[in-house]
Design a protein around this ligand. Structure first.
Ligand SMILES: NC(=O)c1ccc[n+]([C@@H]2O[C@H](COP(=O)([O-])OP(=O)(O)OC[C@H]3O[C@@H](n4cnc5c(N)ncnc54)[C@H](O)[C@@H]3O)[C@@H](O)[C@H]2O)c1
Length: 345
């Protein structure tokens, strides 16, 4: 039996053509270009904030003030102060109201097989987070969803977005004048970086420190210092970038002495591509053994939204809460600080 957990009753986009198209395509009864019509609609229980990062804070706080629960796409925002303003607003609204959309962390192969297999490594010696991908549009355009993009934005919205970005990047790089490259770094960590670094945090915890970073647009790297269960140090390498090659090379690999566990993500925009866990180990006979585990074909976005239902409707704890997302901003902050220090600014 299929349980209907959500009904979309109202859609807003600042582009009139986008609202017209989406409302017709998905038979949504109400459409508007004014966000407050969704936010203040008494029949709306949950507001989904899927707009550009620069609008996340203001839309989220308005929705919380209107007494709504909120699904907000990652990154929750682009600076720690901005995220703290959201958290303060959530607290004022009674708490446990914000769910951040880190879908990779809800993939069954991550929550079941990957975490279970990593837990059997007695001593982690090294880990590597890689996310080197081609442009989203390449995958989206071949996904069979026939997406359309419209650009009929009100002229003031571009200015507002620019102003918001300046404020957020200024907060992310306190005490220095951010360069164009800093802005790109901030946007990159918010977009692709937040997926990988939040996954790394859930699997391995928060790093002790950041040993070094590089930010050579469009590729970014970092070396994190960690300590394993027995107190010995190990490193985690992060490497990521978006170029024009249409491939999706995203994985988190954890290495022990006799076992390597990797989770491999394909593009999320083509539905049904499996997320698999690969295990390579040395067995008791001195033989090399490789296994692949697929915990479920269920799409990570679907599991994420089912989980949100259990949080909002049934009172379960939100894993990807606003406080959790703030830890990503804290990690980005350490990375920005390291870059500034390396450059002697
Ligand atoms: N979880 C994922 O896999 C995933 C994938 C892509 C994007 N995202 C996140 O989703 C968000 C949107 O990304 P995108 O690539 O679709 O961005 P986008 O800029 O292409 O689209 C945003 C949409 O929001 C509309 N919009 C902008 N400002 C608005 C406002 N103030 N009120 C209402 N509508 C507004 C735009 O017209 C556009 O239709 C970002 O935060 C991004 O990080 C998440």
């Amino acid at each position: 039996m299929t349980v209907c957990r959500y009904t979309v009753i109202s859609i807003c986009d600042i582009s009139q053509q986008t609202t017209d198209h989406v409302a017709a395509k998905f038979r949504i009864p109400h459409k508007t270009t004014n966000p407050s019509e969704v936010i203040n609609n008494p029949d709306v229980d949950v507001v989904f904030i899927l707009a550009a990062d620069e609008f996340h804070e203001s839309l989220c706080i308005s929705a919380l003030k209107a007494g709504k629960r909120v699904f907000i796409e990652k990154p929750i925002s682009l600076s720690i102060p901005s995220t703290k303003r959201i958290i303060a607003s959530e607290k004022a609204a009674g708490g446990a109201k914000v769910f951040v959309g880190y879908m990779r962390r809800y993939a069954p192969s991550f929550t079941a097989a990957f975490l279970r297999e990593v837990a059997t490594i007695p001593k982690i010696l090294y880990a590597r987070s890689r996310d080197i991908v081609g442009p989203n549009d390449h995958f989206v355009n071949q996904s069979g969803t026939s997406p359309l993009k419209f650009f009929d934005f009100p002229s003031a919205s571009g200015e507002e977005q620019k102003r918001n970005l300046e404020i957020l990047v200024g907060e992310a790089f306190p005490g220095v004048s951010p360069t164009e490259r800093d802005v790109k770094y901030c946007r990159f960590l918010g977009s692709l970086g937040s997926h990988d670094l939040s996954l790394m945090r859930e699997a391995l915890g928060f790093p002790e420190s950041v040993a070094g970073v590089t930010a050579n647009e469009p590729f970014y790297t970092a070396m994190f210092n960690y300590r394993n269960k027995s107190g010995e140090p190990f490193s985690v390498t992060y490497e990521s970038g978006i170029d024009d090659v249409p491939r999706f090379d995203a994985s988190l690999a954890v290495y022990g002495e006799k076992k390597q566990v990797s989770i491999v993500y394909d593009t999320p925009f083509v539905k049904g591509l499996p997320i698999k866990v690969k295990i390579d180990e040395l067995n008791e006979h001195g033989e090399a053994v490789s296994r692949e585990v697929l915990s479920s074909f269920e799409d990570a976005y679907t599991v994420e939204l089912k989980d949100m239902y259990t949080c909002f409707a049934l009172g379960e704890t939100i894993k990807t809460s606003a406080e959790d997302a703030c830890l990503d901003l804290e990690l980005f902050h350490l990375m920005y600080k390291q870059l500034v220090k390396q450059e002697g600014r």
